[in-house]
Design a protein around this ligand. Structure first.
Ligand SMILES: NC(=O)c1ccc[n+]([C@@H]2O[C@H](COP(=O)([O-])OP(=O)(O)OC[C@H]3O[C@@H](n4cnc5c(N)ncnc54)[C@H](OP(=O)(O)O)[C@@H]3O)[C@@H](O)[C@H]2O)c1
Length: 433
């Protein structure tokens, strides 16, 4: 009798069978024996929910249903794996699965960034697991190390390259001297960017991921709408060349700084990263998270941050964790966090800046600009100038650290100067150690 119970299969209901769903399924098939052995019981995919019943699938149609509610309410299913994405209908389905006593594994960054606190509390209150390793960094273990191995540290700073599409584009621009539009077109042709790339290139995807990481590290949910966000679409090849000449790479980063008194600064923007920083050598579709903890010091995780197989690998890792908890008789790792992280406004932080101006080529221009900087207590660390056609010139500055507000005010005034044709770009700069 007892033996019979132990041999009972753990039944999985999958919602979604797209990029991540198929990778998850493939890994489950290829590594079935090892996975079952590690859990201590056999796992089986009972049903797979999809939207379009007419699509050709690698599996027999009998496995699929378009009635996803029938999966999340099925009394025979132990774990629901949500791989649909977005909020509607994923949020309702995940909630229903938990209400019906099912553990949940999800890869859905938007869902966790926006509803993580509520859903994890719900899971905990029902004695269930809710895991979401695949939601951040694809195949790179980030969520579990932050929840567990690094949990004793005060995280002082985190900085992550968390979007493969943007990193691929910036790397192409850097290596092939391609301009932004060509690099984006290449990313789309290679299947790394979607037809509408807004979420990736405007930093929205990164904001979900950095919100999740900051929420875990600091124990309170960081509202996505409180995250300052700037994308990469205004970065030009000229900026990449100047950055190179000063020993930097331009990367789209999610940054979290502890600001004391239970507050954090969380932001997403392009940054000039010194070549000596480990994040500077993270190229192409690779992702990485670098963090500094008070006891552990500097740590970096890197790997493939998206794609069918790496993301499937993270989903399976979570499934094994939940499976072990089921076999071991308890839930363990739904770690709740509350709402209400205090996020300081971007104006209150300090940064060094890169600034590229197109100016009218005439005397006194530099003096006028310097006066504005001086009035806002912004001091210049480096400068380069060159002549452009049509009586114009280009002046590029690297500043020392200054307040965001002072820099923004200075830019407004500089833009209004008669001698300045345009503010071509401004990028935050990470300190060289
Ligand atoms: N792709 C990656 O590399 C990656 C990496 C990390 C995390 N993620 C996350 O993983 C999740 C899945 O992403 P994906 O790239 O695998 O997406 P995808 O390829 O677009 O697949 C989505 C799947 O969900 C199904 N689906 C979508 N809307 C549905 C609805 N309203 N009702 C029923 N089924 C629906 C689709 O059904 P049909 O097959 O019938 O169209 C499809 O099977 C997302 O949360 C994403 O952010 C993805």
């Amino acid at each position: 009798m007892v033996l019979g119970f132990m041999n009972q299969k753990i039944r999985i209901g999958m919602l979604g069978f797209g990029t991540v769903g198929t990778g998850t399924y493939r890994m489950l098939l290829d590594n079935r024996e090892a996975i079952n052995r590690k859990i201590g019981r056999e796992i089986e995919i009972s049903k797979i929910g999809i939207r379009d019943a007419t699509k050709e699938r690698a599996l027999d149609q009998a496995h699929f249903t378009t009635d996803l509610n029938s999966i999340v309410t099925d009394p025979n299913i132990d774990i629901v794996v949500e791989l649909i994405g977005g909020i509607d209908p994923a949020a309702e389905l995940v909630e229903a699965a938990l209400m019906h006593g099912k553990h949940v594994v999800t890869a859905n960054k938007e869902l966790i960034a926006k509803h993580g606190s509520r859903l994890v509390h719900l899971a905990k209150s029902k004695g269930l697991d809710l895991h979401y390793e695949a939601a951040v960094g694809g195949g790179i273990p980030l969520v579990q190390p932050l929840k567990h191995q690094l949990a004793g540290n005060e995280v002082i700073r985190m900085m992550g390259i968390l979007n493969g599409t943007s990193n691929y584009i910036l790397t192409k621009m850097e290596e092939e001297e391609a301009d932004f539009a060509d690099a984006l077109a290449e990313a789309q042709a290679a299947g790394y960017a979607e037809a509408d790339p807004t979420n990736d290139i405007e930093g929205i995807d990164t904001s979900y991921k950095i919100s999740i990481l900051a929420s875990i590290a600091f124990g309170k949910q960081v509202p996505v709408e409180a995250i300052y966000r700037e994308g990469i679409s205004k970065i030009g090849i000229t900026d990449i060349e100047y950055a190179r000449s000063w020993g930097y790479k331009i990367k789209l980063v999610g940054v979290v700084d502890a600001v004391g008194n239970d507050a954090v600064s969380v932001r997403v923007h392009p940054s000039m990263i010194p070549n000596s920083h480990p994040l500077a050598s993270v190229n192409g579709v690779y992702n990485a998270l670098w963090l500094h903890g008070d006891f552990v010091g500097d740590v970096m995780f890197s790997g493939r941050g998206a794609g069918s197989d790496p993301t499937g690998s993270a989903v399976i890792g979570d499934l094994i964790d939940v499976g072990r908890n089921i076999v071991g008789g308890g839930s363990g790792s739904a770690i709740p966090y509350d709402m209400g992280m205090n996020v300081v406004p971007i104006d209150d932080i300090q940064s060094a800046f890169y600034l590229r101006l197109v100016v009218k080529d005439r005397p006194k221009t530099l003096g006028e600009i310097s006066m504005v900087f001086g009035a806002h207590e912004i001091s210049i660390a480096e400068m380069q100038m060159r002549t452009l056609p049509h009586d114009q010139g280009e002046i590029v500055f690297l500043t020392h650290r200054a307040s965001e507000k002072a820099f923004a005010d200075a830019i407004k005034q500089v833009r209004d100067l008669e001698s300045v044709a345009s503010v071509a770009s401004s990028i935050r700069v990470e300190d060289k150690q």
